[in-house]
Design a protein around this ligand. Structure first.
Ligand SMILES: [Zn+2]
Length: 263
């Protein structure tokens, strides 16, 4: 009986041991699986991290390259003086003012033009010639400091009064880095005749393409000082947006011609 018991006891013990071993083996397997899973997760995370770092550095590099390309482009543009020969489709008459302290200081812009600034003459019914002569006479009347690189008349005629690489007295703090355009208008409300409007769109588009400007570099005098100028485009913000839309459309249309011109 005792022997029987001992044998039974032994075999039970063996069974327990075997069970324990099976359990241990299962645990080891589970641990290995867990380790592999953790390893996979870690490697994936590392890969993602490397990917993110690579993407960021790639993006940063591209930004830098684009920045440098734009800067180079701007620098490469030769300074523009008169534009009559440049834009033969436009009725441009170059009548540069006499160099004098009141309307043409004879100072170079400090940089390639950074802005095109649009104005209205605030002198209803006056022609481009009237306005040009007014600027010229300031050297004698000495009543104020005023001028603009361009005046666009009621019939679309364009008079260039100051070279594009020289300063005019028109847009306050931006005088040293901008080209100012005065638009003539028939009445005090300041809306423009089609001829004035259309040639202004055309001239602005050509100048902006030449200087490789972005659309936000086309602004109103109002955007510089808050002055109600050009009145129609200040009091009708939507009309200003439409005008800019036309300029953008013309720029795309003439971009190809400009590129050909500079090859
Ligand atoms: Zn103005």
């Amino acid at each position: 009986m005792k022997q029987e018991y001992q044998r039974f006891y032994k075999s039970t013990n063996e069974i327990r041991k075997q069970q324990q071993e099976v359990r241990n083996a299962r645990r080891r397997k589970l641990r290995t699986k867990r380790l592999i899973a953790v390893g996979i997760v870690m490697i994936s995370l590392l890969l993602v991290l490397v990917g993110v770092v690579f993407a960021i550095s790639h993006f940063y590099h591209q930004m830098r390259e684009r920045e440098m390309a734009t800067t180079e482009e701007v620098i490469q543009v030769p300074p523009l003086v008169g534009v009559a020969d440049m834009f033969p489709d436009l009725p441009i008459s170059e009548q540069f003012l006499t160099v004098n302290p009141y309307s043409r200081p004879g100072l170079a812009l400090t940089d390639t033009p950074q802005y095109i600034v649009i104005h209205y003459t605030a002198n209803p019914g006056s022609s481009a010639q009237n306005n040009r002569d007014y600027f010229e006479n300031l050297k004698d009347t000495q009543e104020t400091y005023a001028s603009a690189q361009f005046v666009i008349g009621l019939d679309g005629e364009i008079i260039q009064c100051v070279p594009c690489n020289e300063m005019a007295y028109c847009s306050n703090s931006l005088n040293e880095v901008c080209i100012s355009i005065e638009m003539c208008h028939p009445d005090e409300w300041g809306n423009f005749k089609d001829a004035t409007y259309n040639n202004c769109v055309y001239l602005v588009a050509q100048l902006m393409n030449y200087y490789h400007m972005d659309m936000d570099q086309l602004i109103r005098h109002y955007d510089v000082t808050g002055k109600n100028c050009p009145r129609y485009f200040v009091e009708h913000e939507d009309r200003w947006e439409v005008f800019k839309g036309f300029v953008e459309e013309y720029r795309e249309r003439y971009q190809k011609d400009m590129e050909l011109d500079f090859e």
